[in-house]
Design a protein around this ligand. Structure first.
Ligand SMILES: [Zn+2]
Length: 315
């Protein structure tokens, strides 16, 4: 084959691929609402890091269906995911989404917010979420996500402030269903809240509970996070919907993974910090066997351990 003909074929192939990608936008992973009590439902994100392939569907969102409207808990990780959830809710009830409660302001729980706002929902979050909204961390994260999570996060994706900033517990009654919004921060974040349905003994725990994966600890205050888990245990819920991973009908046992992991991090890294042992040596010497088979161990554990070491140096 001549050089010219080969080049023509190559160009045609490249054009074909480009046209194909125009014709077929990437698709989102499946989303299947699960009912966990008469009124409470949720959709479960994947145990993975956000990517163009999963559309940033890596966190859960809950929703409570009442005769007078739907209350959504967390907004998912992109506007397209939020639109998908709104469509799923419309298949279950003709009621509009009246409220959306954010358990905390982390990217994977808030980038869908604008879709709920456009659908007329009132946004409730703890007032310390303002700190995140105004931070460089939030701005840089969104900027990076517009590249890393394209086309799902783009120039039109915005962060949205709450309509009502909470500074204490708040009770919401919609269609006869009571929802108690209880601040439990600073723990995973400064602004964590959990949402409790006392009539149905359901707890939407946000990211103070991770199931079936290593938690993302970030800059969290792990001592207060453990205390928040103790507070959540007192609610004696029968069903727990975590911020990540499947729901649980054994909340007490299932909160133990997050709790034990945090306790382990604090013990190992605390000893190292007290003994002025270099972090790298302490990390290598530590026994991670109970946790290393869990999803996202490779992605999260080193950073979690490092942040905990720095935290324990301060405590
Ligand atoms: Zn999360």
């Amino acid at each position: 084959m001549s050089f010219r003909r080969a080049r023509r074929l190559l160009l045609a192939a490249a054009l074909g691929t480009a046209l194909q990608s125009l014709a077929q936008p990437p698709s989102l992973p499946p989303m299947a609402p699960q009912q966990v009590s008469p009124s409470a439902w949720y959709v479960q994100g994947q145990s993975a890091l956000g990517s163009p392939a999963n559309g940033n569907f890596i966190s859960n969102a809950g929703f409570v269906v009442t005769p007078a409207g739907v209350v959504v808990i967390d907004a998912l990780g992109s506007p397209a995911l939020a639109e998908r959830l709104l469509a799923e809710i419309r298949r279950i009830t003709p009621q509009p989404v009246t409220h959306i409660i954010l358990t905390h302001y982390h990217a994977d729980h808030i980038y869908g917010l604008q879709a709920f706002k456009a659908a007329g929902a009132r946004v409730l979050a703890h007032q310390r979420g303002r700190e995140y909204l105004q931070s460089d961390t939030a701005r840089l994260r969104l900027q990076a996500s517009r590249t890393e999570l394209a086309p799902w996060i783009d120039e039109k994706t915005q962060m949205v402030a709450a309509d009502e900033w909470l500074d204490g517990p708040r009770e919401l009654v919609v269609g006869g269903v009571r929802l108690r919004i209880l601040p439990v921060g600073p723990s995973h974040t400064a602004e964590d809240v959990v949402v409790h349905l006392p009539q149905e003994q359901v707890l939407f725990a946000g990211d103070i509970v991770f199931r079936g994966r290593i938690p993302f600890v970030g800059q969290a205050d792990s001592r207060r996070w453990i205390a928040a888990l103790d507070e959540a245990l007192k609610l004696e819920a029968q069903v727990l919907v975590p911020g990540h991973g499947p729901h649980s009908s054994q909340p007490r046992q299932d909160m133990e993974l997050t709790r034990d992991y945090l306790l382990h991090l604090r013990k190992v890294m605390g000893e190292a910090a007290r003994n002025l042992e270099p972090w790298e040596d302490a990390y290598k010497a530590a026994d991670w066997s109970r946790f290393e088979k869990l999803p996202l161990f490779q992605a999260a554990n080193r950073m979690n351990a490092y942040n905990t070491y720095l935290l324990m140096e301060q405590e």
